[in-house]
Design a protein around this ligand. Sequence first.
Ligand code: NAD
Length: 256
Amino acid sequence: SLQGKTAVITGSNSGIGLGIARSFAGAGLNVVLNSFTDNKADHALAEELAAAHGVDVRYIQADMSKGDDARALIEKAGACDILVNNAGIQHVAGIDEFPADKWDAIIAINMSSAFHTTAAALPMMRKAGWGRVINIASAHGLRASPYKSAYVAAKHGIVGMTKVVALETAQEPITANAICPGYVLTPLIESQIPDTMKKYDMDRETAIKEVLLDRQPSKEFATIDQLGGTALFLCSDHASQITGTTISVDGGWTAM
Ligand code: NAD
């Protein structure tokens, strides 16, 4: 049973991370929320989730661009049965114009933070005799798009690291997998819709289907709730022999 276990979710005051946190709290898990900010709203979110589901929810500030912060997040959590590496950012530019500081930030937040949190969490999982590492990669962990060099490199990298963690824990009751979402309607994507409508002179529906979901054959966004459900499945006993692999939630994108 998942009751009483603790999940640490990086980058979880918004979007997919928050969606997974809601699903986990709803399933009786204690949750540690995280981002780099330390606002009233961050802590209020933790209180709201705890009250709604009768579980323990804490918000711990830590900047995933810093290795020491990533490790400190796990230490401060004190327990980490389930680790969800979700924090991520994007920058879009041709490789010859790609700002070096953006490259470094994307590699640090989207990939290296997962190295540090995993290194800190594995001893706790071993001691507890059970563990799950769930990395939120992307369809861009399996496919490329132009102008997203750092993001595609980081997401391919985290898929590779997931396989290594799975091999190093293969004979233990620990699994490591990556979820590869296609387009998910998060605040991040929602904010791109008005500009896209303007740029192509399209209504909302057409801009979504023809531009944003150009490569998503279902022509539907995946939802944060579906990602929460996929993450919960990976935590279930049914998934205990699923390790070192990717699960795509992308409406058929990577079938092409
Ligand atoms: P989002 O912007 O809503 O969420 C990103 C989260 O990461 C936020 O909580 C943010 O506060 C946090 N974050 C950013 N920088 C951080 C830092 N330095 N330290 C700690 N936390 C930090 O975006 P999202 O769409 O929910 O993305 C979540 C993850 O899912 C990312 O890894 C992203 O690459 C991946 N993803 C998203 C989509 C999509 O369509 N939305 C598709 C595939 C993969």
